[in-house]
Design a protein around this ligand. Structure first.
Ligand code: ADP
Ligand code: MG
Length: 413
């Protein structure tokens, strides 16, 4: 499940709210002008609007149309620049500046009672909750109340008290809606934080299980050799050598897991693959015997590649371990080593349960496992190590027949 952080949602939602504002703003703006300058004078010829009487006011109206039209491309530009949060303020302030200018021009030098006001103002108040922003809401309400108060004083019309009262009444309603929106959003945000925290915990849990599992194998083997030493009651240099190697392997595993996300330069040295395979087969000999599995090795000749000893052993170990686990009823595992001019190949061939074709692409993914106690880390780490050696892994498998893992290393020149 991919979670989208709240910041991105904010940007997207703000753009959607802006689109709604554009639509409502232009619709109300144009319809109101069509009504007051077109329809109303037609229906009631006595009420000829002031627009037709004053050239200045007409020019001011035309200018306002030009500016509000220009607002649209400017807003789209701001949205593209990831700044959609300014757009609503831009519309409100431009509208306020325009309507104040026109109203001052209209009422200046007259004794008329102030009786203006546009339905666009109502759009700003009623739809302010769609932006879920308290600051914007207060700017709108305070801005409009101040405008009415100013015009009331300017035209000496105490009648403005009525529109101010109505405005405040609407504001209370929208404030309640706005607060409900904000409350709902906070609840959603909390649940987002909660679930992403849970996801992280689950991920850490999986990593911890994986790491524990990977480390457990060498630890078990170390414990076995210590117990053997105790039973035999005498120092056996062969055991110490293996134990030290196991400790090295532990170190490598920990390093590998630590650098999984951060590629580390491998130290390539000439390496005897024959020796690596023998080492890993020896490690598993006892376990294989217990499970009635025989491991056969076929070598052409002494084969060298460039690689890091510990890491190559880790890959061989992961793949041989999987092969053993794939053969619950026992059988044969064959390991072949051959080379041509381009590639030096180690093949590990089991006669186990096999892998369905559709699952093969999943094998290199972390945590992909079909085993009850699997970690799904072994193959992922192996893929990564082989890649770091400039090599590749090929898998041929048939369900119920068996699996062949081919590890191909570039043949040294
Ligand atoms: P794990 O062994 O912890 O499950 P791996 O990354 O080693 O994780 O392997 C991932 C999966 O690949 C295994 O769970 C298994 O389903 C499949 N797989 C790997 N090797 C073999 C194999 N030789 N035969 C059948 N299935 C295999
Ligand atoms: Mg495995």
């Amino acid at each position: 499940m991919k979670m989208v952080p709240p910041k991105e949602i904010d940007l997207k939602e703000e753009k959607r709210a802006n689109t709604l504002l554009f639509f409502l703003f232009y619709l109300t703006f144009v319809l109101f002008d069509v009504y007051r300058f077109g329809i109303r004078p037609l229906l009631n010829p006595d009420s000829e609007p002031i627009l037709y009487k004053s050239l200045t006011i007409m020019i001011a109206h035309i200018l306002i149309y030009v500016i509000t039209t220009a607002l649209l491309p400017l807003s789209i530009y701001l949205s593209k620049k990831q700044k959609p949060f300014f757009v609503k303020y831009l519309y409100f302030f431009v509208f306020m500046a325009g309507s104040l200018t026109i109203e001052i021009l209209e009422y200046h030098g007259t004794n008329n009672v102030y009786a203006s006001g546009s339905p666009v103002e109502l759009v700003f108040v009623l739809f302010s909750p769609i932006f879920v922003d308290r600051t914007y809401y207060f700017v709108i309400v305070i801005g409009l109340v101040c405008k009415y108060a100013f015009m009331g004083i300017f035209t000496s019309s105490p009648e403005v008290a009525l529109p101010i009262m109505l405005l405040l009444l609407f504001s209370v309603v929208t404030f309640i809606i706005l607060n409900r929106f904000i409350g709902y959003l906070n609840a959603v945000e909390k649940s987002y934080e909660h679930s992403s925290h849970n996801e992280k915990l689950a991920f850490i849990g999986r990593i911890a299980t994986g790491v524990t599992h990977e480390i457990k194998n060498p630890l078990t083997s170390l414990k076995g050799f210590v117990q053997l030493q105790e039973v035999e009651q005498k120092y056996n240099p062969k055991y110490s050598k293996i134990m030290l190697q196991e400790l090295d392997r532990l170190n490598i595993i920990v390093n590998d897991l630590m650098v999984l996300g951060k590629p580390q330069a491998v130290k390539l040295k000439p390496l005897d693959l024959h020796e690596c395979i023998t080492y890993v087969v020896d490690l598993f000999q006892q376990e294989a015997e217990n499970k009635y599995i025989s491991i056969y090795t076929h070598y052409d000749e002494q084969v060298q590649v460039l690689g890091e000893d510990g890491r190559i052993k880790q890959v061989l170990l992961n793949i041989l371990k999987n092969a053993i686990e794939a053969m619950p009823d026992g059988g044969e595992i064959r390991i072949k080593l051959f080379k041509d001019q381009e590639w030096t190949t180690v093949q590990i061939i089991d006669r186990g349960i096999g892998i369905p074709q559709k699952d093969i692409p999943n094998l290199e993914k972390a945590f992909y496992s079909t085993k009850e106690n699997g970690t799904g880390l072994g193959l992922m780490v192996s893929y990564k190590i082989i890649e770091e050696h400039g090599g590749k892994i090929r898998i041929d498998s048939e369900v119920g027949v068996g699996t062949t893992f081919s590890l191909c290393f570039p043949t040294p020149i």
